[in-house]
Design a protein around this ligand. Structure first.
Ligand code: BTN
Length: 263
């Protein structure tokens, strides 16, 4: 089966309202730009095989090898009075982590043994790790009335095709499992999980998602640095902030920023 993200491959797999409409481009600058300010409804998705100006967090570039990864953006319109927007990073990260875990578990049910030691985890606030390496990243860009949620998942890159300059050691589903994965199936599953998590969050806030975050917290017990806070990851607060136990024994709550793991 060809590994295509064209509408005819994706549309039959969609389960909910996310992905409608579905805009696909073989090449574009950034899928973020296809959605921003276009007046599309919530749940609109843009996907591409290749981006010429893919964006990562903190002004970094997001590189891809054409046709090897999931490059998508989802348009969200959280109404006034929704829970705090920074929490959306975690909502999306859990959905992506679950979709990636589902793809890996799919191999196990097919009789594979590749699943061993391939735990997925969320590295606060919005990286998804497989076996400790970065497999996916999330970029949220918000204006007054919309949020464009960009998601990049390394799917079928070989180890030598993975970007070498990334701050975190990179991996792909293929590098981790030794098998290629159908991107359309992963995309449809990811959208269904994101829609479900997002709607739960709109109704009830972060509380129902905390157990999943707790289970998949890549930072708990790890020595880390977040901005000028140094210490050991101590979980995620009910409001989504990262808790860090500092050497003095106090627990600091970090609101935003990048986390670096200490060796
Ligand atoms: C990061 O980890 O720095 C976030 C990476 C986000 C990359 C995705 S790929 C699809 C969407 N379009 C972009 O230009 N960026 C996001």
């Amino acid at each position: 089966m060809p590994d295509s993200l064209e509408p005819r491959a994706v549309a039959p797999l969609l389960r909910g309202r996310f992905g409608r409409p579905y805009l696909f481009r073989p090449t574009c600058r950034s899928t973020q730009e296809l959605l921003r300010g276009a007046g599309l409804p919530e749940g609109a998705v843009a996907a591409a095989d290749h981006q010429t100006a893919g964006r990562g967090r903190e002004g970094r570039a997001w590189h891809d090898v054409a046709g090897r990864s999931l490059l998508l953006s989802v348009l969200l319109r959280p109404p006034t009075g929704s829970p705090p927007l920074p929490q959306l990073s975690l909502v999306a990260a859990i959905a992506v982590a679950d979709a990636v875990a589902g793809a890996i578990e799919g191999l196990a049910t097919a009789g594979e043994t590749a699943k061993r030691r391939l735990e997925t985890a969320v590295k606060w606030p919005n990286d998804v790790l497989v076996a400790g390496k970065k497999a996916a990243g999330i970029l949220l860009e918000a204006t007054s009335d919309e949020v464009v949620c960009g998601i990049g998942v390394n799917v079928n890159q070989t180890p030598s095709e993975l970007p070498q300059e990334t701050r975190a050691a990179p991996t792909s589903l293929r590098a981790a499992t030794g098998r290629t994965h159908l991107r359309a199936a992963l995309l449809a599953d990811l959208l269904a999980r994101l829609e479900d998590r997002y709607e739960t969050w709109l109704r009830e806030g972060l509380a129902p998602l905390l157990p999943a975050l707790e289970r998949q917290d890549a930072l708990r017990g790890r020595r880390l640095r977040a901005g000028d806070v140094y210490g050991t990851g101590a979980g995620i607060a009910p409001d989504g902030r990262l808790l860090v136990r500092t050497p003095s024994g106090q627990v600091a709550a970090v609101e935003s920023g990048e986390v670096t793991l200490e060796p």
